[in-house]
Design a protein around this ligand. Structure first.
Ligand SMILES: O=C(O)CCC(=O)C(=O)O
Ligand SMILES: [Fe+2]
Length: 358
């Protein structure tokens, strides 16, 4: 039988950057991490102020007196930015603070503890890096922990079920809370675009929708301008809900050809449209390239939760939308076909999605 979930994909096993930084004082970045190809200039607008992504208030969006203007605001954010900050999302702030400190604690575990969760040959989940497909490929200045959380039967037995308590229970609740936020947002997007609700629900149903998590750990770097924490990419998923775990900033998004830093509001999630929603919305909502940069002073941590249709669901422009827009801009494919191609190549901005345009 065909293997399911992320278990079938792999990334070449590479050294832990956290371990490298802890073990010896590094003054010069090893050549494999030097990214002279990356443009690090950060951009402010003409007034010297930093351009900021839109802010969406979830309480207003969901209240019984929700104004069309709130849905329009969401629609504008998804069309023009592909990114927004979500405030008043209803998840308890002390719960989020505890989640953050337990994620920090997980990365602070002794290396021998973390090695139990390291990527296995020919697998992609666990600690390591993703999208490493050749021995001479340049690497990111970061470690990650990637795992599939939902549906439960796709969890790798040596990962989620073996995470230490109370961290495991905390992530279980976090998974449920964030899933519910994602479902609400996707339903509101369908409403804004007049996509039939059942069309969206069929794709993102409760039975086989896939939720995965990627915890990112970016150690400080003696030459931060020479490296990249996370290679520019768009997320190859439906919707991403990102939580910055400590107070250190480093996320940048590409807006009108320029890199713009994102400065998270306290307690807010950063939400972004992934390639799969770009496909479903026939290009009306856009996945936006983003990247992680690092600094010389302090480590940075984040957790991205990805929401996807089930592996064997066929994904393509929503039929009710194509009917009105008259033309389909993307080919149809199963999620598995999309992911199989994705994980066999290096991250390269939005190049992969472009291959599916008609
Ligand atoms: O660390 C961040 O802020 C961004 C993480 C991210 O883009 C990802 O995990 O896909
Ligand atoms: Fe991302």
């Amino acid at each position: 039988m065909e293997s399911k979930g992320a278990a079938q994909w792999s990334s070449i096993i590479v050294p832990s950057v956290q371990e490298m930084v802890q073990e010896k004082i590094i003054t010069t970045v090893p050549p494999r991490y030097v990214r002279s190809d990356q443009d690090k200039t950060e951009v402010t607008d003409g007034t010297g102020l930093i351009t900021e992504i839109p802010i969406i208030d979830m309480k207003r969006l969901c209240s019984s007196t929700a104004m069309d203007s709130d849905v329009e605001k969401l629609d504008f954010a998804c069309k023009e930015w592909g990114f927004f900050q979500l405030v008043n999302h209803g998840i308890d702030s002390s719960f989020l603070e505890k989640t953050k400190s337990e994620i920090q604690g997980f990365f602070n575990l002794p290396m021998e503890e973390k090695k139990k969760f390291w990527q296995l040959p020919n697998e992609m989940e666990g600690f390591g890096q993703a999208f490493v497909v050749s021995e001479d490929q340049k690497l990111d200045w970061a470690d990650l922990f990637f795992h599939t959380v939902q549906p439960v039967e796709l969890r790798r037995p040596h990962l989620f079920p073996k995470l230490p308590l109370p961290f495991r229970d905390r992530l279980e609740r976090y998974s449920a809370e964030v899933q519910s936020v994602a479902k609400t947002l996707i339903a509101k997007m369908a409403r804004a675009l007049e996509i039939k609700p059942e069309e969206m629900l069929k794709l993102f149903d409760d039975v086989d929708s896939i939720q995965s998590m990627r915890m990112n750990y970016y150690p400080p770097c003696p030459q931060p301008d020479k490296v990249i924490g996370l290679t520019p990419h768009s997320d190859a998923v439906g919707l991403t809900i990102l939580l910055q775990v400590n107070e250190v900033e480093g996320l940048q998004i590409k807006k009108d050809g320029k890199w713009v830093p994102v400065i998270p509001l306290p307690n807010a999630f950063i939400v972004n449209i992934g390639d799969v929603l770009e496909i479903i919305t026939n290009g009306t909502y856009r996945s936006i390239e983003h990247r992680g940069v690092v600094n010389s002073e302090k480590e940075r941590l984040s957790i991205a939760t990805f929401h996807n249709p089930g592996m064997y669901k066929e994904v393509g422009p929503a039929k009710s939308l194509v009917h009105r827009q008259k033309v389909a801009k993307f080919k149809r494919m199963t999620m598995k076909e999309y992911m199989d191609g994705l994980f066999s190549r290096e991250l390269d901005g939005k190049a992969y999605l472009d291959a599916f345009r008609i």
